[in-house]
Design a protein around this ligand. Structure first.
Ligand code: GLA
Length: 370
């Protein structure tokens, strides 16, 4: 048994003082819109990151994790944060951002245990960042609200870790729950929790594919959106609507396709919220399908394995719609299925996928998750 798997007291020789958790997320619709100031609609998943913490008086930060990648135990000195290209950077990011905001962060011991699978497009990093910010808020009695927790987590990932992500994942980890969708305007961070339809359930299936080049391609997509906005003479693509279609069509490729995805995807989020409110699952499913086609053809962030999963989910009875969820280039799909059908649909999709040698998909949410 690794030290981290033994629990806080076995690792650090004293009890933890505080415990905090934050969930992973699955995005229902509104993909690659958040760094253009657009709309998103994520919900929390049952998998979580859990952090136990206790202060130290010598300025040392010691972290034990069960998610081993570059060492299960790492440490640094509070106030001497420096990027290392390892998971500890997420911890250093939070302490560095808190310090910049005037919080005197002391040393501490923390044990991180997460059930959010890494590299599956379900925001394991945002759940870690938000869980740690919450743990420090509790340990230091800080008066920081949940939107601010998300802002701190975003600054840690964007500015310290150096990943040019939008704000969706941190807002979802901080504010979403499992029974509602978080309808978020990423420009203002205004949000509303929309109850999920009782007659449907979500099925999330991981393709097992996680491309190395994903972070480089993500940066490229973001830069293309910025160039498209500049060419259209607006601050962000959020500022363009369907009426601009002729001007979007005249942009040089691939900026025309990129802009079309973002503009139509923002409209689909609004339509999805209306469909949920009206209890129109057929319409909601169509919007999932249209979102997937747009990500595949216009934004070009899908891969053949994901397209296969989406197609085979859509071919099942009791499936309203299915799409790639998260940043793409691998990761997971989310399907909207009739309540009570997720186990059967999940099994059929996983079996069909495994007919190609070497492929193995995993059901992460929905029905009876193994
Ligand atoms: C990743 C990023 C988010 C968002 C999605 C795509 O999850 O962290 O900010 O851009 O990709 O919707």
């Amino acid at each position: 048994m690794t030290a981290a798997a033994q629990g806080f007291e076995a690792v650090f020789g004293r009890p933890a003082k505080r415990l905090a958790e934050a969930p992973g997320r699955v995005n229902l619709i509104g993909e690659h819109t958040d760094y253009s100031g657009g709309y998103v609609l994520p919900t929390a998943i049952p998998q979580k990151t859990r952090i136990e913490i206790a202060p130290r008086d010598d300025g040392l930060v010691r972290i034990a994790t069960t998610n081993v990648d570059g060492g299960a135990h790492l440490s640094f000195r509070a106030g001497e944060e420096a990027r290392r290209g390892l998971w500890i950077d997420y911890v250093q990011g939070i302490t560095a951002v808190l310090r910049q905001r005037g919080v005197a962060v002391p040393g501490f011991d923390a044990r991180i245990a997460s059930t959010v699978p890494l590299g599956s497009g379900l925001s394991s990093s945002a759940s870690l960042l938000v869980a740690l910010a919450r743990a420090l808020r509790a340990m230091l009695d800080l008066t920081i609200d949940d939107v601010d927790i998300a802002r701190i987590a975003h600054a840690a990932e964007h500015d310290f870790v150096g990943a040019p992500v939008g704000t969706m994942d941190q807002m979802a980890a901080s504010l979403a729950d499992e029974n509602t969708a978080l309808f978020l305007d990423t420009r203002t961070l205004a949000f509303e929790r929309i109850p999920l339809p009782a007659q449907a359930e979500l099925l999330v299936i991981n393709s097992g594919v996680a491309h190395q080049h994903a972070s480089g391609d993500y940066k490229t997509r973001r830069a293309e959106c910025e160039r498209a906005a500049a060419a259209l003479g607006v601050p962000q693509l959020r500022d363009v609507d369907a009426a601009a279609e002729p001007r979007i069509a005249s942009l040089p490729p691939p900026l025309d396709r990129r802009a079309r995805h973002v503009v139509t995807e923002n409209a689909r989020v609004l339509a999805a919220v209306a469909a949920i409110r009206a209890g129109d699952l057929g319409r909601l499913g169509e919007l999932f399908d249209a979102s997937h086609r747009s990500m595949r053809d216009d934004f070009e962030v899908s891969v053949p394995e994901i397209d296969d999963l989406v197609e085979s989910a859509r071919a099942q009875p009791d499936v309203f719609g299915a799409r790639l969820t998260g940043g793409g280039f691998g990761g997971s799909i989310v399907a909207l299925v009739k309540r009570g059908s997720a186990t059967k649909v999940g099994r059929a999709v996983v079996d069909a996928y495994a007919r190609v040698p070497g492929r193995r998909a995993t059901v992460l949410v929905g029905g009876l998750v193994p």
